[in-house]
Design a binder for this molecule. Sequence first.
Ligand code: GLP
Length: 240
Amino acid sequence: MAEVVIVPDAEAAGRLVAGTILDLIATKPDMVLGLATGSTPLSVYRALADGARGIDVSRVRGFGLDEYVGLPEDHPESYRSVIRRDVVEPVGFDPRRIHMPNGDPATIQTAGDEYEAALRASGGVDLQILGIGTDGHLGFNEPGSSFASLTRVKTLTQQTRRDNSRFFDSVDDVPLHCITQGVGTILRARHLVLLAFGEAKAHALQAAVEGPLTASVPASAVQLHAHATVVVDEAAASEL
Ligand code: GLP
C-alpha cells in the first residue's frame, strides 16, 4: 500500500519532496537520486534549487529513468539535455555524477545491461522521483510491461507520442523507441515518490493506487513497494 499525501498544489508538493531529498543529502551527501522528466517533477526541481543554496550537493549521484532512442545527445529534447537544463544546472549537481540510459542506436543492444550494471555499482537509488503517464506508464514502461522488467528498449505507444509531441514540431518528430528502467528496476529503489497533478492524471492515478496489480497499468506496481509515497493535488486525487 502506498501512502497518499494530498497537497494544495504542485508547488507545495515540490517543497515537501525537496525537503525529503535535502534531509537525505544531509545524512548521505553522495545519495543516489532517481530523476524523472516531464512537467510533473519540475516543482520539485525548483524547490530543490531554492533549498540547495548554500548546501554542498556536489557529491549527489543521479540516475535518469529513461531516454529516447535515436535523438542526438545534444538535442534539446533528449532526456539528457532536459535533465541537465531542469535539474542539474539549477540545483548545482555535478553533471559527471549523472548517469542517463544511452539512447545511441549504435550501442543500443548493450545499453540496458550497461545501465543496470552502473546502477548496481552505485549501491542503488535512495529516492526515485516518478511521474505517471495518462495511460498509467511509469518511466517509459508502457501498458504490458512486466513487473520484473529491467532496463531495456521499448516502443512508445501512439498516446505517449501524442502526449509528448508538445515538445517537438510534430508528432512525427517524436522518436518511436526509448530505453527505460524496467518496472523491476524501479521497484528496487529504496523510496519511491510518485507525483501527479491535474485532472488529466486522475484516472491513471486511481488505477495505479487502488486498482488491481496489473501489467496493463505499470504504475500499479507501486503498491508492491514497501516505501512508496504518492504526492498529489486535489484534482489528481479526485477519483480516489
Ligand atoms: C514522459 C516520461 C515519464 C513521465 C511522463 C508524464 O512520458 N517518460 O517519465 O512521467 O512523461 O509527463 P508529464 O509529467 O509531463 O505529464
